[in-house]
Each structure stands twice: as structure tokens, then as C-alpha cells.
Design a protein around this ligand. Structure first.
Ligand SMILES: [Cu+2]
Length: 436
């Protein structure tokens, strides 16, 4: 018996030693910003990705449609097909599956974004550069599976909830956990240069709000919605910082955001909003979007003739051209009431709130009819959500500059349970109380 406890003490000491070592090592990583610059090998990989755009034979499910649009007879390059970015909500399973197997590509795209931090942000090339960037990322996805598209994350549908922290998206079937090191969903156990991929949702700022998008869409020129000329109320780049900071952790900083697959779906939505803006420019404002580039001083990286970071064979002006939408992708309109989720299994992940006349994401705590989702599972979700708010002891990593973003609207991870309870039908509130 005595021998046994001695042994336990030894094991305990061993564990403690290892633990201290890990902590020291992590402390070190937390304080060092990793080198994120592109090397020559990275650049040649990017060139190959770019070259493969438009170079494949037409085997698209939408080839028939393109014939109907007058492209019959086009044979070799994929220059005349329409490739919709599927707006399925929650985002398409295929994207999530493929993004699990991206080998080193996620690191490469994180590096490109890091290098573009100062060059294609806070300026007129923000939208054009990111359009090219996510198109190249999508091209990589399609190296793994030709039928996969980059879906967009319409975070307005989560914002329309009583508290977006409760969204079904932050579960294993979709984005994975939104709190702490990511250990579920497609990005489970991914690493950045500083350790495990991390999120810290609902601590600051907000997701996209419908009225923000309406403000942006009231304008007629790219200069009105781009920095530095845009007034804050029309500043699309400023609003886009919201979901970055709201998801938190690695999403919140320029050099680490590219490690999170959520980032690409967020930017696909930013691009979708811009595309709505461009259609309106053409048909309402009578402004030709493919020629509307803001005035920028010559020596500035946002100048229309300055090259694009990571894709130096393009200049910023190429990003406003017609070829991206005409040749390589297009957007399905986002879901709207009354049928927010056609053919979805019940309970649908997205439902119509007929009072607010908007689609709303289902809660991971309550289902679309306001019932506790999954009975016992729902109860577990509640207690784990409560535990989530106690996970604050992780020391913050030094990730360098963070996105600037609108202020929080007061709905945080800390108020998530309370907010869900207020939204729940009276019959359920008693059930909730037993967990609070
Ligand atoms: Cu960016």
C-alpha cells in the first residue's frame, strides 16, 4: 500500500514538471509573433493556383445554363461558366469537409493575409484585393473536390437571434466551438504559429447588422464605402471588423485570422455585399462598377496600378473588373422569408421570424419552435455554455494589430443564457431556471 502511494507521488511530480515546462514553452510562444512572410516557394505555388483558374475543361453542373446565356460552343477554358457561391445556411457540408484536408494551404493563405495587413486594408484596395484572395482560396478547395464552392456566412442571421453566441453554427456539425482552443468541427486541433487555433466569441463588437448593410447599399461610389474617404456610417471595411472581433481569438488579428476557416466564409459575405452594391451601382446609380476606382495617391499600395500582395501579376484595378463574376463565380441570393431553409431537415437550422420578417439562425439551446433542443442535449448545451463563461484564465497571446470594429451591442457570452431565457416561451423558463 505504501509503495503504491509513493508511486503516485512520483507520477504526480512528473506530471507537474511536464506541466511547468509546457506552460513556459507556451508563454514563450504567446509573446512571440511568428514570422509570416512569403518565400519564393510560396510565390510559385500561388502562381500555379492562379494559372489553373480558367484553364480547366467545362464540367460544371451549370454548363447548360451558360449555354442558355449565349455561350454555346465555348469549349476549352472555363471562361464562360457561371459558378455560384452557394449561400446555403448553415454553410455547405462539402466546404467543411474539404477544408479539413487543406494540407499546408491554410498556412499559406494565412501568410498572404499577414503580408497584406498594411497594404490592402484601410484603403481602396480592401474589397478588390480580398475578392482575388478568396477566389484563389476557392480554387485551392477545388483542387480537392471540383464540386465544392466557398459558401458565405451571412452573420446577419445570427445577429437576428436574441444572442448570437447561442447559434447552432458554433457546434461540431458546423464551425466547431467558439470558445477556447478549437477542438470540434472542421478546424479541430488546427495550429497557428502560436499553438492551437483559438476563439473567444461574444466578448467584443458585433456581427453584421441588417441596417449596416442597408447603409452601405444606399451609396453609389466605391469611394463612399471605402477607407479613408468613407464616413463611418457607410464604411464597409469598418463594419467587416465586427465579426472578426466578435469571433475573437485568432480571428481578431490581421496575421492570424487566415488560420480560421470561418474567416473565408465571412469574407465571402463581405464580397457578396459588395456584389449587391455593384449591381445597384449599375442599375440604380448608373455608375459602371468595373471603372469605378477611388482616387489614391501614386506611391500608395492602394493605388489602382499598384500590384496585389501575393498575386503580383495582378494590379488592384484588376479586382474591380467584370471577369471574376462573369467567369469564375457568382452568388445565390441569401435566403429570405417565408421559406428560409427549403428542403432542410426539421428542426431547420434557419427559420423565418415573421414578426421581424427575417431569417434567423436556430439556437443550439432552443430549436426553431422555441423548445429546448434535444432535451438532455439541450440541457448539456446550457451547462457547457455556462462553463464557457468561466474559461477566462488563458493569457492573451500577442498577435499584433487587431481589426478595428464597431462597439459591442451589450449581448455578450456572459449574457447569452439570460438572453436565451428571455427569448424562450414561458413554459420553458422554469426548465431554464434549474440550470442557472
Ligand atoms: Cu483582410
Amino acid at each position: 500500500m505504501g509503495k503504491f502511494s509513493l508511486c503516485s507521488v512520483f507520477v504526480f511530480l512528473m506530471a507537474k514538471a511536464v506541466d511547468t515546462q509546457t506552460t513556459n514553452h507556451q508563454d514563450l510562444m504567446w509573446n512571440i509573433i511568428p514570422d509570416m512572410s512569403l518565400n519564393e516557394k510560396d510565390r510559385s505555388v500561388l502562381r500555379n493556383i492562379s494559372a489553373s483558374l480558367g484553364m480547366e475543361p467545362i464540367q460544371e453542373p451549370f454548363a447548360m445554363q451558360s449555354n442558355a446565356c449565349g455561350f454555346a460552343g465555348s469549349t476549352q477554358a472555363r471562361t464562360s461558366t457561371q459558378r455560384p457561391r452557394i449561400s446555403q445556411y448553415p454553410p455547405s457540408g462539402k466546404f467543411l469537409v474539404v477544408s479539413r484536408n487543406m494540407d499546408g494551404y491554410i498556412d499559406l493563405f494565412a501568410k498572404i493575409h499577414a503580408e497584406a495587413s498594411d497594404k490592402h486594408h484601410s484603403g481602396a484596395s480592401f474589397l478588390p484585393w480580398h475578392r482575388v484572395y478568396i477566389t484563389m482560396f476557392e480554387e485551392v478547395l477545388r483542387m480537392y473536390d471540383r464540386s465544392v464552392f466557398l459558401p458565405y456566412w451571412a452573420s446577419t442571421f445570427d445577429d437576428a437571434m436574441s444572442n448570437p453566441v447561442n447559434s447552432i453554427l458554433w457546434t461540431d456539425s458546423y464551425f466547431g466551438n467558439g470558445e477556447g482552443i478549437v477542438t470540434s468541427g472542421p478546424a479541430a486541433y488546427w495550429v497557428t504559429g502560436q499553438g492551437g487555433l483559438e476563439r473567444n466569441y461574444g466578448r467584443g463588437s458585433t456581427l453584421f447588422k441588417k441596417d449596416q448593410i442597408q447603409q452601405v447599399l444606399s451609396q453609389c461610389y466605391l469611394a463612399n464605402i471605402s477607407r479613408p474617404s468613407a464616413p463611418p456610417v457607410y464604411d464597409l471595411e469598418g463594419y467587416h471588423g465586427g465579426p472578426h472581433v466578435w469571433v475573437g481569438g485568432d480571428m481578431s488579428a490581421f496575421i492570424t485570422t487566415g488560420y480560421d476557416p470561418v474567416f473565408y466564409m465571412h469574407h465571402a459575405y463581405v464580397d457578396y455585399i459588395w456584389e449587391q452594391f455593384r449591381r445597384r451601382q449599375r442599375y440604380i446609380c448608373r455608375v459602371e462598377p468595373t471603372r469605378d476606382y477611388p482616387e489614391v495617391p501614386v506611391d500608395n499600395s492602394n493605388h489602382p496600378d499598384a500590384s496585389m500582395t501575393g498575386f503580383e501579376w495582378y494590379i488592384n484595378r484588376d479586382g474591380i473588373g467584370p471577369q471574376w463574376i462573369n467567369n469564375w463565380f457568382n452568388y445565390d441570393p441569401e435566403p429570405s422569408c417565408p421559406d428560409c431553409c427549403p428542403n432542410c431537415p426539421s428542426p431547420a437550422p434557419l427559420y423565418c421570424d415573421s414578426v421581424k420578417n427575417t431569417c434567423v439562425s436556430r439556437s443550439k439551446i432552443l430549436d426553431s419552435s422555441g423548445q429546448l433542443s434535444g432535451g438532455f442535449a439541450g440541457a448539456m448545451a446550457i451547462s457547457s455554455a455556462r462553463m464557457g463563461s468561466g474559461q477566462q484564465e488563458r493569457p492573451p497571446r500577442n498577435r499584433g494589430r487587431e481589426f478595428d470594429a464597431p462597439p459591442s451591442d451589450g449581448r455578450t457570452a456572459a449574457t447569452a443564457l439570460q438572453d436565451a431565457m428571455v427569448a424562450a416561451p414561458a413554459t420553458l423558463q422554469q426548465q431554464f431556471r434549474t440550470f442557472l
